[in-house]
Design a protein around this ligand. Structure first.
Ligand code: CTP
Length: 397
């Protein structure tokens, strides 16, 4: 459809960036980026109309995002651009330019390829295909990290995602950008966004390990050097979240969990003041700052509590994220095992009676009602655990 429209409007349109890289790599990618030589916005408007979607236009950048109904993938449309940066770490300013210039402005050779929608040719001025063969992450010029220091994190992300290597010259440039403290020029929120992308990758532990190895965590807090215990916890969290469907954890904030672990050696009040967290929802910031210490306390209290209903009472006071942190901290402890069982099954078990029914039976209003409900739940859990034949019975109820 896009290619037909490009030919009808008689303009050059290119598919660019990550999707071209992933086409060459034969990896799935849901996001399409188009660059139009000329007026990207009118192309975008007409494409959106044809596809039955809407377009959100960003005038200042001469770009648009097409949103298709009921689809996960998004289409970005830009006018071929000649960006310049007011100062390192600023968002780019944009003026019209050619496709080659547009591609030259990009971060790495593997992300600087295009496919013409007019001729279906692969355009690769900077050796992207060769770098994919060689498994290399390579910048296009010496100022790349200075123009946009977020690329420091992006280099690590693509390297780890595809099991590539950052090229020799590129790693030198990356280290000098790090040593020039350029990361401090990026807004805290943009740094967090880069980290979040890494936390949400398939294997975040690899990404974290590399950030430590390149000493990039210090740009988040100067006290963050390589720490084996932290890495072990991050790896356990990754393993735990692999079974997240099984534990029914769709809504859990994975990024906050990893961030809490990375920052676990920093004091809570210092964490709350970190620039990278300033634009996050309060709930996420609290999980990041207090999650690990709450998890530690929870494990301690569970260890001292014998009765199941009392354990349930303790657990219900905490967010799921805290329970997950406690499982990871607790490792093979019985309390960690209990928390897994809680997430997997106990929390879906409801008492036979409601609170108002208990009060009608004469249980005094107040915390006794809550406790009685927990006792009923614990009773059901205990009964079911002792009677594996119950499933069959259930069919008759
Ligand atoms: N880009 C860049 N410098 C940045 C961010 C982006 O040059 N700091 C360019 C790259 O060409 C990149 C494209 O913009 O391919 C799109 O960026 P983005 O959507 O962030 O990344 P993708 O490459 O699509 O990666 P992902 O697969 O993670 O979405």
């Amino acid at each position: 459809e896009a290619s037909q429209l490009a030919n009808e409007m008689d303009i050059q349109v290119y598919l660019v960036g990550g999707i071209v890289r992933d086409l060459v790599l034969r990896v799935k990618n849901q996001d399409m980026d188009f660059v139009v030589a000329g007026d990207g916005i009118s192309f975008g408007n007409r494409l959106a109309e044809r596809l039955g979607g809407r377009i959100r236009v960003h005038e200042r950048f001469n770009t648009g995002v097409i949103i298709l109904p009921g689809d996960d993938f998004r289409i970005d449309v830009a006018s071929s651009r000649n960006e310049y940066y007011d100062h390192p770490g600023a968002l780019p300013n944009v003026s019209p330019g050619s496709i080659k210039r547009d591609l030259y402005r990009r971060d790495f050779s593997i992300n600087a390829m295009a496919v013409s929608l007019n001729t279906f040719e692969l355009i690769d001025y900077f050796g992207g295909v060769q770098d994919i063969r060689d498994k290399k992450i390579r910048v296009l010029h010496n100022l790349s990290f200075i123009e946009d220091p977020t690329r420091i994190f992006r280099a690590v992300r693509f390297e780890q995602r595809y099991s590539f290597q950052i090229g020799e010259q590129t790693i030198k440039l990356l280290r000098s950008a790090r040593d020039l403290d350029l990361i401090q020029h990026i807004s805290g929120h943009r740094i967090y966004e880069e980290l979040r992308h890494m936390f949400l990758e398939q294997e975040p532990a690899k990404h974290m390990a590399r950030l430590f190895e390149l000493d990039l965590m210090r740009s988040i807090h100067p006290a963050l050097g390589y720490d084996q215990k932290t890495m072990k916890l991050v790896e356990s969290m990754e393993d735990l979240l692999v079974v997240s469907d099984f534990l029914r954890l769709e809504d859990v904030r994975r990024d906050a969990l990893y961030c809490a672990l990375i920052l676990r050696t920093i004091k809570a009040e210092q964490i709350m003041a970190l620039p990278i967290l300033q634009e996050l929802p309060q709930r996420d910031r609290e999980i990041i700052a207090f999650g690990c210490s709450k998890a530690g306390m929870l494990l301690h209290e569970l260890g001292r509590t014998g009765k199941l209903w009392q354990k349930l009472r303790l657990v219900k006071r905490h967010e799921e994220e805290v329970l997950l942190l406690a499982i990871v901290y607790g490792n093979q402890q019985a309390s960690a095992h209990f928390l897994r069982e809680y997430l997997r099954s106990y929390r879906t078990i409801h008492p036979i009676l409601r609170g108002d029914e208990l009060m009608a039976l004469g249980v005094p209003r107040g915390h006794q009602v809550g406790d009685a409900l927990l006792m009923l739940t614990a009773y059901i859990i205990g009964r079911d655990a002792n009677r594996p034949d119950r499933r069959e019975e259930e069919n008759f109820v």
